[in-house]
Design a binder for this molecule. Structure first.
Ligand code: TRP
Length: 461
């Protein structure tokens, strides 16, 4: 017997949960640095256009599919019944279930490291983190196992309690906390000499930096950041009351995610330039991992002349907490896709399902964490595009870099050619509804397919 489907209790609760998913390490690190490198204000404008003109219609579509079918992605796509293309839609549902699983695993590896870095900072060992050899030794160490158990424990406590008491309640506390921490750190950093140089790179537009690669990068970043193509918004949409207004929720979600990314830039860039006023933005890495684990600990240590070792450790501690909150609230949403999928296709209750999901993801995370020198086989797993890649690199390349835009493309095709009821689930006589209908059958799939094909071409051929 199926129990009644869980539901978000309020608009605010849904918004915090969805924003928790969308706001992640990409917002805090990759986005601000990409902006500073690629034309500052010009990049921001481009990013905004992509969020609202290209990504927002897909946010709407994913939420509507979830809300209307009340199913997780694996079965949401089979609806409505009977059609010649059924195997194709079953495959799409499968892809939208496999993708989040794989992303959950690789994002968990990084979050495990982050938990480790926060713990070490709180132990007063920030100086060790700033040692250039620390990171490569740390990701091979046995300590990771304990941090993995710690992370799964935290996620378990939240997910065990379900949509309202777990996901909604925790994100309602964590997201405002995250935002207050960003603003507090930013206000502090902006008092440091030279911090304004960072703002200049972040905000002053330089349109000459915009080229095809930058455009591609901005679109991928916006798409990833909004949790698109991962089945998350379909799943969260399935917890929305049938009467909930998707147009409003989707717009607020896109706004909140962009807002946090923007504010993160007011913290990250001034911090970098306050310490190294002569930094050339072009030399900064846009990899969130490189920034957070190698570059930032050094910056924190160099804050000592201003605030002493304890002050620097406190700053680092708050920063790592912030990043950890961002990562955990994203993981909650993506683990929930797996939990919802198992529950929709079995009679298992939430506790058993959560427990099984956590165990399976933890095992896969542990295996993937061996890709950094603990296992030779996984570290030099495969060669393509002219370089040796680890299993971790392979999973990131396939499921994050390549498949996401393709999944977005499938969603466009689905709502255009197969499930024609999209408008029934949206506000009537509304600009966003009209725009969604038009764009999902024209510009959006075209752009996503182009990004997908160009990634395949440049990465694997
Ligand atoms: N917004 C996240 C980031 O910027 C990306 C993301 C969205 C994500 N949903 C997720 C990551 C779910 C992991 C799990 O990093």
């Amino acid at each position: 017997m199926k129990t009644v489907r869980e539901e978000f209790s309020s608009k605010f609760g849904f918004l915090m949960a969805a924003a928790g998913s969308a706001v992640g390490l990409g917002n805090l690190l990759a986005f601000p640095v990409a902006a500073a490198k690629n034309g500052g204000g010009a990049f921001l404008v481009l990013y905004l256009l992509f969020v609202f003109l290209i990504c927002l219609p897909i946010v709407v579509a994913e939420l509507a599919i979830g809300q209307s079918t009340q199913q997780s992605p694996l079965s949401a796509f089979k609806h409505p019944k009977k059609s010649l293309a059924k195997p194709f839609w079953s495959f799409s549902g499968f892809l939208l279930t496999l993708t989040p699983f794989m992303i959950a695993v690789f994002y968990s590896v990084v979050t495990v490291w982050l938990l480790g870095y926060l713990t070490i900072t709180l132990q007063g060992r920030l100086d060790q983190l700033a040692n250039p050899d620390f990171f490569s030794a740390f990701i091979k160490s046995d300590d990771l196992f304990f941090y993995l158990i710690g992370l799964m424990f935290i996620l378990g406590i939240i997910l065990f309690q379900g949509v309202q008491k777990g996901i909604e309640r925790s994100t309602k506390i964590l997201m405002p906390t995250l935002f207050i921490l960003i603003v507090a750190l930013a206000l502090f950093v902006l008092t440091l000499e030279n911090s304004l140089i960072g703002l200049k790179f972040y905000l002053l537009p330089d349109f000459s930096k915009i080229n095809l690669e930058v455009v591609n990068g901005a679109l991928s970043q916006a798409f990833f950041s909004l949790s698109l193509g991962m089945g998350i918004l379909i799943t969260y949409g399935s917890y929305l009351n049938k009467k909930a207004n998707i147009n409003k929720s989707a717009t607020m979600l896109a706004g909140a995610d962009t807002f946090v990314a923007f504010f993160a830039g007011l913290l990250t860039l001034p911090a970098i330039f306050a310490i190294h006023p002569n930094t050339n933005p072009a030399d900064l890495s846009t990899s969130s991992v490189g920034l957070i684990f190698s570059y930032f600990p050094k910056i924190f240590m160099e804050m000592q002349p201003f605030i002493g070792y304890t002050g620097a450790s406190l700053f680092a501690g708050i920063f790592f907490s912030l990043a950890l909150i961002a990562a955990i609230t994203s993981l909650i949403s993506i683990f929930e896709v797996a939990v919802a999928t198992v529950r929709d296709h079995s009679d298992l209750n939430r506790h058993v399902t959560t427990f099984l999901t956590l165990i399976i993801i933890a095992i896969c995370t542990w295996v993937l964490a061996q890709s950094f020198g603990r296992s030779d086989f996984l570290t030099n797993f495969i060669e393509y595009g002219g370089t040796n890649k680890s299993l971790f690199d392979l999973i990131v390349d396939i499921f994050y870099e390549t498949i996401l835009p393709f999944n977005g493309f499938l969603i466009c095709i689905y709502v255009t050619y197969h499930w024609k009821n999209l408008s029934n689930n949206l506000e009537k006589n509304n600009l966003l509804t009209t725009y969604t209908n038009i764009s999902l059958r024209s510009i959006v799939p075209l752009l996503l397919l182009t990004v997908f094909l160009s990634t395949v071409y440049s990465k694997y051929l």
